[in-house]
Design a binder for this molecule. Structure first.
Ligand code: NDP
Ligand code: OAA
Length: 252
């Protein structure tokens, strides 16, 4: 069975630990050591307070569910320790130089980096953008102000511009925009709205290209323990882990 180490023992880490399928969690790390220890007691895995010791433990793959800055800080080290990597905080790869460095290193070391679909649908066929023209790619995200850690009394546009700029300002809320960008191989226009009248994390995706047009609207339930993060994102990563060892791959 595939063995994993969880880097990040917050909301997603807890959902993975309680619901994982087809993998064994053997090691845990969080910058709040008590969170790793608590989760370790729950899933009978070893908690580490030191990243070097965590990465030196014997397991196959690191699942990052911590933060954009954690992904940037530890990605290369994970690969150097001979482990594959699943990156939830995909916003880390908005930085082109960093993305190329990590990809080059993974190729040289024969390691793989997996990016889950996260809180959206549609990444599968959006990858056709890598071989065929896409003329428009827009993400309109709307969340309750609570999910954005702010207050407002009416619908309000917080950001309009490119994904790689948006993620710098909203690293806990717009990782999906960077996932879209990586899949399509082109820039994504992003609008981020706060709306006190919505109780879902809503992602509207508009795609136009040589293939025709597509509109996808995902109305996500926020995770009970972290309203910034949609529950779908945790389900997505558990499913990715389950499928890693399957002989048949489904989806583009
Ligand atoms: N790709 C996608 O579609 C989505 C991605 N995400 C991203 O997934 C990640 C995890 O989400 P979620 O579990 O809800 O977040 P949480 O904040 O609930 O949990 C993250 C945990 O990781 C810890 N952490 C943060 N930085 C570091 C670090 N440098 N080293 C070690 N531990 C660290 C946090 O500690 P502390 O509390 O002290 O910061 C916290 O305990 C986030 O980056 C989020 O933005 C979320 C939703 C969708
Ligand atoms: O969970 C969501 O709805 C999206 C999110 O926070 C992110 O992409 O960072």
């Amino acid at each position: 069975m595939l063995t994993i180490g969880l880097l990040g023992c917050g909301n997603i880490g807890n959902i993975i630990a309680k619901n994982h399928v087809g993998v064994e969690i053997v090691a845990l790390f969080d910058q709040m050591p008590e969170r790793a220890e608590e989760l370790g007691r729950l899933c009978h895995a070893k908690a580490f307070g030191d990243i070097e010791e965590f990465l030196s433990e014997d397991f196959d793959l690191v699942v990052e569910a911590a933060s954009v800055s954690a992904a940037q800080e530890y990605a290369l080290s994970v690969l150097e320790h001979g482990k594959d990597l699943v990156v939830m905080s995909v916003g880390a790869f908005a930085d082109e130089y960093f993305r190329e460095e990590v990809t080059r290193r993974a190729a040289a070391l024969g390691r793989r980096i997996h990016i889950p679909s996260g809180a959206i649908f549609g990444l599968d066929n959006l990858k056709i953008g890598q071989i065929s023209g896409i003329t428009k790619l827009l993400l309109r995200t709307t969340k309750n102000p609570r999910s954005l850690n702010m207050e407002c009394t009416e619908r309000m546009l917080l950001f309009s511009g490119q994904a790689n700029e948006c993620i710098k300002h909203y690293p806990k809320n717009t990782n999906v925009s960077v996932a879209l960008e990586l899949a399509a191989g082109r820039a994504v226009e992003v609008e981020l709205w706060a709306d006190p009248d919505v109780d879902r994390n809503v992602h509207e995706i508009v795609i136009e290209g040589d293939f025709g047009e597509a509109t996808i609207t995902v109305r996500n339930r926020p995770s009970p323990d972290n309203p910034s993060t949609s529950y779908l994102a945790a389900l997505s990563i558990i499913t990715l882990l389950k499928n890693l060892s399957e002989p048949m791959r489904i989806g583009t």
